[in-house]
Design a protein around this ligand. Structure first.
Ligand SMILES: C[S@@+](CC[C@H](N)C(=O)[O-])C[C@H]1O[C@@H](n2cnc3c(N)ncnc32)[C@H](O)[C@@H]1O
Length: 90
């Protein structure tokens, strides 16, 4: 999962560079960015799913993901420690 995925560039890059990857979820707070990301990659990439959500209250069960990326996102969050403690870490 990529938390704060913006319009999905990282998802496309990872899938292209790691063709054996099973799947990746890009999550972002901004619904417009999620919609844009979905439109950009819907034609040619079935391994990527985009989800609207908040890093401080991730809509997934604990231990769901093998790896989590969160790049250049925490500086945008009003309460970054809350995001780390209650969202990203569980
Ligand atoms: C600078 S972009 C980072 C994009 C990408 N991760 C990268 O490294 O290029 C920050 C993104 O974090 C998202 N964001 C901000 N607060 C968020 C939150 N609480 N939960 C999820 N995403 C959030 C913004 O909507 C924005 O798309």
């Amino acid at each position: 999962m990529d938390v704060g995925c913006h319009i999905g560039d990282t998802e496309k890059l990872i899938v292209d560079q790691h063709p054996k990857i099973h799947s990746i979820i890009g999550l972002d707070y901004d619904e417009k960015r999620i919609n844009r990301a979905e439109k950009r990659w819907e034609q040619d990439e079935k391994k990527i799913t985009f989800v609207q959500g908040d890093a401080a209250a991730l809509p997934f069960e604990d231990n769901r993901f093998d790896k989590v990326i969160c790049a250049e996102m925490l500086e945008w969050v009003k309460e970054p420690l809350r995001a780390i403690n209650r969202g990203l870490v569980g």
